[in-house]
Design a protein around this ligand. Structure first.
Ligand code: HEM
Length: 388
């Protein structure tokens, strides 16, 4: 083929690909990637769907199913006979306390990056726990299957999750603490420790609990499975169902939601709370100035609010100042409303409830023994062992 013809063909292919991406499934065209479908992310804004549906997804509002389809069956787990235990690494022959090594890595990150990184680490732990259990699958970009569409690329996570480098630094610190052995401390345990330590620093020591450990790391990770994460437009029933699927109850849901007292969110998620104070909603619109990716602080414009401090402010805000429908919906039911009010009135109660719920979340789907091809202690947190 002559050079000019080749160029024309190339231009034609590029134009066709662009057309397919732009039209997406809303035009009845097949999605180019074989990723998750547009419809199976409950509670996530259409813009998030655009990540998997091409730009056509911008105009695509997922239909609300009469009932949410049941979540996919859990992946096989290798729970073994051992349970998680507090002080698990005490007898691991490491010359330095590995939990202290993780805490130092978190503290260093907060010192160098600022306090928001603490919020991001807490969220990273939550997003790991809800997909395949606490197996550090959220950290993988190289898996046993060899797929590139891992959890971190799923709509709730892409351009959103942060803190991966802190976990990598913590892993290096634990490896050094264990005389260069990278097969001692799992990435899944590091995530659980780091979330606890971040809560400790952000709450100025009010949140401080022991973390049972002994998790093994998984070897698989798939973007499509991130549809098990609730979205900001979820209503109470959807939240309760999605938490129940992870053996967390409605009490845990309310307690854990208090983490939304810290951190930042993108403007694209802030239109869903119809009960928002009108002046506050206007200010928010002005601040966002039509930019969906702009970050706004959770809780800071309310009296006493500080997006860098973990306290019970979130619960005081719920009636008028929270950013998501999934937050506001926590007062739509008498039982959850009572718990919200109790937490608003009594910070110490919430600290204790949050600690207990974080420990409970840390039990989801854990694997507690090595199984060939399924559960291991990763040498490096972002890739499975033996695959380069
Ligand atoms: C109840 C259902 C939940 C929903 C629908 C939800 C949704 C979200 C969304 C949409 C964001 C903003 C993401 C972005 O802008 O890119 C966010 C941020 C955040 N979420 Fe949640 N979340 C939920 C529960 C939780 C739980 C259980 C935790 C932890 C225990 C948590 C901790 C956080 C934190 C700390 C941030 C701020 C992160 C940062 O600044 O980097 N969330 N959440």
């Amino acid at each position: 083929m002559a050079g000019a013809d080749k160029k024309k063909l190339g231009a034609l292919v590029v134009a066709l690909v662009a057309l397919l991406i732009a039209a997406g499934p809303s035009a009845g065209l097949p999605i180019l990637s074989s990723g998750p479908s547009c419809t199976n992310f409950v509670g996530w804004a259409p813009l998030v769907n655009s990540l998997v549906c091409g730009f056509g997804g911008l105009f695509f509002t997922p239909p609300t199913p009469a009932r949410r389809p049941p979540p996919p069956p859990p992946p096989p787990t290798a729970t073994g006979s051992r349970q998680l235990s507090v002080g698990y690494y005490r007898n691991s022959n490491c010359s330095y306390d590995v939990e202290a090594a993780v805490r130092k890595a978190v503290e260093d990150a907060i010192k160098t990056q600022g306090r928001r990184i603490g919020a991001s680490l807490i969220r990273l732990f939550f997003h790991d726990a809800f997909v395949r259990g606490c197996d550090a699958s959220v950290l993988l970009n190289t898996t046993a299957t060899g797929n590139s569409d891992t959890e971190m690329t799923g709509p709730p996570n892409a351009n959103s999750l942060r803190g991966f480098e802190v976990i990598d630094a913590a892993k290096e610190a634990t490896t050094a603490a264990c005389g260069g052995r990278s097969d001692v401390v799992s990435c899944a345990d590091i995530l659980a420790f780091a979330a606890r330590d971040a809560s400790f620093f952000l709450s100025y020591g009010e949140i401080n609990y022991t973390v049972p450990a002994g998790r093994f790391d998984g070897r698989e990770s798939f973007a499509a499975e991130t549809n098990q994460l609730p979205g900001p437009d979820s209503d109470l029933q959807e939240l309760v169902e999605m938490f129940a699927a992870k053996e967390l109850d409605v009490f845990d849901l309310v307690a854990l939601s208090g983490a939304h007292g810290v951190g930042r969110v993108r403007c694209l998620f802030t239109n869903g709370n119809s009960a928002m104070d009108p002046t506050y909603a206007n200010d928010l619109r002005t601040e966002c100035s039509g930019n969906p990716d702009k970050l706004v602080n959770q809780t800071d414009r309310c009296p006493g609010g500080d997006p860098d401090m973990m306290d019970n402010q979130y619960f005081k805000n719920i009636a008028k100042f929270v950013l998501f429908k999934s937050d506001a919906t926590l007062i739509s039911n008498a039982t959850t409303r009572k718990q919200v009010n109790d937490n608003a009135a009594n910070p110490d109660k919430w600290y204790k409830d949050f600690e207990a719920a974080m420990v409970k979340m840390g039990n989801i789907g854990v694997m507690t023994s090595p199984v060939a091809g399924l559960a291991e202690i990763r040498d490096v947190c972002w890739r499975v062992n033996g695959i380069y």
